[in-house]
Design a protein around this ligand. Sequence first.
Ligand code: SF4
Ligand code: SF4
Length: 333
Amino acid sequence: MNSPVAKTLYFKPKERNVFFHLLTACNLACRHCYINPAQHGSNTLGKETIEDWLRLFYDPQKQSNVIFLGGEPTLHPDLAHSIKYARQLGYKGITVDSNGYLHHDLLANITPEDAVISFSLDGPDPEVNDPIRGPGVFAMCTANLKKAINLGFDVSLIYTVSRLNLDHLHRMPALLAELGCKRFFIQVIGIRGKSAQEHEAKLQLTPEEWLSVIPDVARAAAAKGIHVIYPKVFLEPKEEFQCAGLVAENYFIFPNGRVYLCPLCEDFPLHSFEIDDNKLVATRGINEKKLFSLTIPEGCVMNKLLQPGNLQYDKAGTPVHRISCCLLKQEMR
Ligand code: SF4
Ligand code: SF4
């Protein structure tokens, strides 16, 4: 077998990804939760509204994919119906991002053909995971992940890396192999929601920490036959910078009707659109779209505004790294 190689997954112009938050309620209270009810609302969308919004965002000219999110999306009693409705409309990729509790008996109410289930776990054992995500979460999440695999579901595991669990990431490939999980998403902690609070801001990794740990763990997982995806974060010197807000189609929809194009903006009223009477209406005044076209040597403008701690400069004042769009991914397989 050849050594695993990293490949940048560039944006696909013929693809539309709809990140659909059905509700913001959750049964957990993770330390780094990115949900911000003051900005995202606290209501739960009704079944008809979910159907209306799925129709609103479906584009038959593109490969339309939907990712159901929360809060915890499986708390929504109409999730199974929404998944099947999305499939009928023609959505190709359908994913549920769950904390692993799979409420409303999700596995009994959909089939493996209906959706991929992504499980969030932030440690290779309860000692690391549970102080971050809550008591008993490791046991519940891994039990349901195994159950889903046994039923034939396509599953993946998401690990959000922060200072709290960076040192334990290297143990994840063995756990994934033991669980039989073939897809691994390594996520970088965002300075959003709870993580943006002052006492949690130190959860973010330095560039050195990210670059010295993540690619090696990704390679180790890939060597076990696991398909790994992780954010690019730092562009290579000759790599072109692209802002997904300008060259790709990603919609981040919240239950209060706000629609963002950039996830880094989600803590602020900078959304590009609002859903009003089932129509997508552009917002006026300063919004994220007006910032996307600002060209700066540091790469992503929202990163510079919101997470300047990521940036380092040499003696001449030139950025040591350019920061990629947070939606640009790297794959290792
Ligand atoms: S499972 Fe997700 S929504 Fe729930 S508390 Fe954790 S990060 Fe927040
Ligand atoms: S993360 Fe940066 S580059 Fe990506 S969409 Fe947002 S502003 Fe654009």
